[in-house]
Design a protein. Structure first.
Length: 385
């Protein structure tokens, strides 16, 4: 079994980075649940010395996702936040970062509450407006950190234009690609220097593992991230690596269904009299629909809708039966949540208001259930408002 360099995307997802196990021929990369490796003689080993530094299951996953994202190397971490923390070690005291203003709440918390203690500074701007990004860049800026689409109101950043702008100023473009998944968009194709994922979401896809990954293209970044992964030690364990490898095999067909259900729910909700507004890049009414068609293949399974009041949102959230009231996203089962009090509770109220996260906003992660069951469930919940 040898993967040709011309292999198409679904084949890459299924096979890249994995060879049948050399000792048994097992087609699936085993879970190498070991802390150390016996050496043949002093100074002579098989390339594996200690479990934090090298693990065959983790390394297979890293090769697999690097190939899926079109990068040169991947580094798997214990969570999406640990992966973003590792990216931050590319910065030094005094450096400045421009960040998408409605970035993931945990990313904001890490930047605002932890990294500012180390003399790093951050400017939060609407990265869908690149003139605002350019105005925020200072001589100390080293990184542009973008999330597109954003959570939960699905605003987009033009990745090619953002990469061009960043490179004109000699800074790195980092893209958190968790919300879209590499099936929907591959930022490295547009010029991104680093891509990160919470593998907890679509890449694993089955709501049974927490993890993160960084994909790099620049040799200096690859060397540093490899060093930091071992030095800080926030590695993804072998069992979780195996779960995510299992997840990426079906990523293309899962995303097809997530996207189909996302679009169908957005269309259903926008036609419903109780719903005031729907945020979904696949709707022609989305202000950046044309950009979505250019840089995304399909529009994904994430959407949010406005019900006008906390009371209405609470009624819907407490009335659904099939959709599960829970944080997180990207699993095969549909989830529904209230950003203002759940995922974005750590974001101050004035910032929440500024980025459109109202008390009446409800977010859905469309799973892969039969669409008619999802619509029926939402219809009966909306009926109670
Ligand atoms: C969930 C998430 C993270 C953090 O990942 P964890 O695995 O929960 O640490 C980062 N960015 C985005 C966009 C996410 O959705």
């Amino acid at each position: 079994m040898k993967l040709s360099s011309r292999a198409r995307f679904s084949t890459v997802c299924l096979h890249a980075g994995q060879e049948p196990d050399p000792s048994t021929g097992a087609i699936i990369t085993p879970i190498y649940q070991t802390s150390t490796y016996v050496q043949d003689a002093l100074g002579k080993h098989k390339g594996f010395e200690y479990g934090r530094t090298q693990n065959p299951t983790r390394m297979a996953l890293e090769r697999n996702i690097a190939a899926i994202e079109g990068g040169k190397a991947g580094f798997a971490f214990a969570s999406g936040m640990a992966a973003i923390g590792a990216i931050a070690t590319l910065l030094k005291a005094g450096d400045h970062v421009v960040v998408s203003d409605n970035t993931y709440g945990g990313t904001f918390r890490l930047f605002d509450k932890v990294l500012t203690r180390y003399q790093l500074s951050f400017s939060y701007v609407d990265t869908s407006k690149l003139d605002e990004v350019e105005r925020a860049i200072t001589p100390a800026t080293r990184m542009l950190f973008v999330e597109t689409p954003t959570n939960p109101i699905m605003r987009l950043t033009d990745l090619r234009a953002a990469a061009d702008l960043a490179h004109r100023h000699g800074i790195r473009l980092v893209v958190d690609n968790t919300f879209a998944s590499p099936v929907i968009q591959r930022p490295i194709e547009f010029g991104a220097d680093l891509v990160t994922h919470s593998t907890t979401k679509y890449l694993n896809g089955h709501s049974d593992s927490v993890g993160g990954i960084v994909i790099a293209v620049r040799d200096d970044d690859i060397e540093w991230l490899k060093f930091v992964q071992n030095a800080e030690g926030a590695i993804l364990g072998p069992f979780d690596s195996w779960l995510v490898l299992r997840g990426t095999k079906t990523l293309p067909i899962r995303m097809q269904q997530h996207s189909a259900n996302g679009l169908a729910l957005a269309q259903f909700l926008i036609a419903h009299p109780t719903v005031r507004h729907v945020h979904y890049p696949g709707l022609p009414s989305h202000p950046q629909h044309a950009l979505a068609e250019r840089q995304m293949r399909g529009f994904g399974g994430m959407l949010a809708f406005e019900l006008g009041s906390f009371h209405a949102a609470r009624t819907v959230l407490n009335s659904v039966r099939l959709l599960a009231l829970a944080e997180s996203l990207g699993g095969v089962e549909s989830l529904i949540s209230h950003p203002a009090t759940m995922t974005h509770a750590s974001v101050p109220a004035d910032r929440r208001a500024a980025i459109g996260i109202t008390d009446g906003l409800v977010r859905i992660s469309a799973g892969i259930e039969d669409i008619d069951d999802l619509k029926e469930d939402l219809a009966q919940a909306l009926e109670r408002v």
